[in-house]
Design a protein around this ligand. Structure first.
Ligand code: SF4
Length: 173
């Protein structure tokens, strides 16, 4: 399966403070899926590092009050364009980000307080039919690929690696 992934989860140093957020379980998905790294904030034209921003009253504002909604919208549109172009079946996105967050984001007070809501990219993808999953649910994509991918079970390299890694017997035919 082809999956659009928040680039910071794959180790790219594109977060607002110039850091990465590599996630071992997400990196492991590369063994059985094709991962497409993407950072909507960078593709939206923002620099790295950059001021932290949060969603506030329908706009995206930086801590100092600059309105960066346009850049966030551009990043969301680019995410959708690439997901369609490359036929990504789903998107695996970093939790709580004003771009990538799914279901929960920071509340705009810059006090580390969370509130229900979606980041702009997560919302855009979801509204256009791309399945979105937060990184905290990566296990749902780690399931054995045998039945979904090739039906060859023990003859398939991806399946063999998966079972070797997880110490499980091959699925029954
Ligand atoms: S916008 Fe998304 S991909 Fe980019 S650093 Fe933030 S969480 Fe990671």
């Amino acid at each position: 399966m082809k999956i659009l992934v928040s680039a910071c989860l794959l180790g790219t140093a594109c977060r607002y403070d110039g850091s990465a957020f590599p996630n071992e379980a997400v990196l492991e998905l590369a063994r059985v899926h094709t991962l497409v790294p993407f950072c909507p904030e960078v593709y939206g034209g923002l620099p790295t590092p950059r001021e932290p921003a949060e969603i506030c009253g329908g706009r995206v504002l930086t801590r100092s009050g600059a309105d960066v909604t346009k850049q966030y919208e551009k990043g969301a549109a680019e995410a959708l364009r690439l997901a369609r172009l490359l036929r990504c079946e789903c998107a695996l996105l970093q939790d709580r980000s004003p771009s990538c967050g799914i279901g929960v984001v920071h509340d705009g007070s810059f006090t580390d307080t969370l509130t229900p809501g979606d980041g702009l990219t997560a919302k855009k993808l979801s509204e256009h039919g791309v399945r979105v999953l937060p990184a905290s649910r990566v296990a749902e994509l780690s399931a054995c690929p045998c039945d979904k991918r090739c039906q060859r079970h023990g003859d398939c390299e991806a399946c063999r690696l998966y079972h070797q890694r997880h110490g499980r017997p091959f699925c029954e035919r």
